[in-house]
Design a protein around this ligand. Sequence first.
Ligand code: NAD
Length: 264
Amino acid sequence: MQKNGDAARRIALVTGGNSGIGLAIAQRLARDGMCVTVNGREAQGAGQAMCDAAAGAPGMLRYRQADLRDPAQIDGLIQSLVQEHGAIEVLVNNAGLQHVSAIEAFPVAVWDEMLAVNLSASFHTIRLALPAMRRRGWGRIINIASISGLRGRAGKCAYNATKHGLIGLTKAVALETAATPITCNAICPGWVHTALVQRQVEALAEKEALDMEAATARLLGLRQPSGRFVTKDQVASLAAYLCSEDAQEVRGAAWTIDGATTAA
Ligand code: NAD
C-alpha cells in the first residue's frame, strides 16, 4: 500500500464523471497520471464502454455504477475503492442536477432528489472517504458547486439551496482537515456548455420563440459579462491545480471561474 500517496499514480474518484464537467476532470486527472474511477448511474457494462470511448484507451478510466440518491450505494462505492486501493486520495464531488421552477410549482420529488444528489451525496462520500485519506496522510476534496452557491436566482430554489449548502460543507471540512495535508475546496463555475445548460438554452428558446443561437446569446447575456461560456477543460485545469502540491494551502475556498459574473 502507498504511504503518503504517489504523485504519479494518485487514486481519484469523480462522481457523475461520465459526462460534461466531470468527464473533462476525469480525463485531465487521468492524463496527469492518476488512476481515475468515474461514477455514474448507467449499468456497469454501458458505463465502462462509454469511459473507454471517451478516454480513447480501454481501462484508462474505470467505471463504477452507483446511484448517488441512495446512501447505501454510496457506501458500497467508497468502501470498494478503499478496499481495492487503500484510500481515495482525490475525491471530486461533481454529480449534480438542475431544475428551474418557481417555488410554488417546484415538484417535491425533484427537490428531494436535488438535495440527495447535489448535497447529501457529498456529505456521504466525504465522511466515508476521509478516514482512509487521513491514514494515507494526503488528500484533495473538490466539490463542484456553482456561482449559484454564492448568489441567488429566481426559479432556482433547490439549486441555490444545495450549492450554498455545498460551499458550507466545504468550509466545515476544510477547517476539520486544516492541520493535515488534506485540503477541501469548492469550484464555482458560471455557465459551461454541457447537457445541464443545453436544457436551459432549449427552455429559453421555447419560452421566447428564439433559435438556438439567439437563445444561447440571450442566456449568456443574462449574466456572463465575458459573453462566452467557460469551457469544461478550463474547469478541469482548475481542479488539476487544486490537486497539485502548489495548492497545499488553498483551503476552504469557493473559487469562481465565471467570466466575471460575480465581479459585478
Ligand atoms: P451533466 O448533466 O453533464 O453532469 C451531471 C452528472 O451528474 C451526470 O454525469 C449525471 O449522470 C450525474 N448524476 C446525476 N444524478 C446522479 C445520480 N443519482 N447518481 C450518479 N450520478 C448522477 O452537467 P454538468 O454541467 O457537467 O454538471 C456537473 C456539475 O457542475 C454539477 O454539479 C453542476 O451543478 C455543476 N455546474 C455546472 C455548470 C454549467 O454551467 N454546466 C455551472 C456550475 C456548476
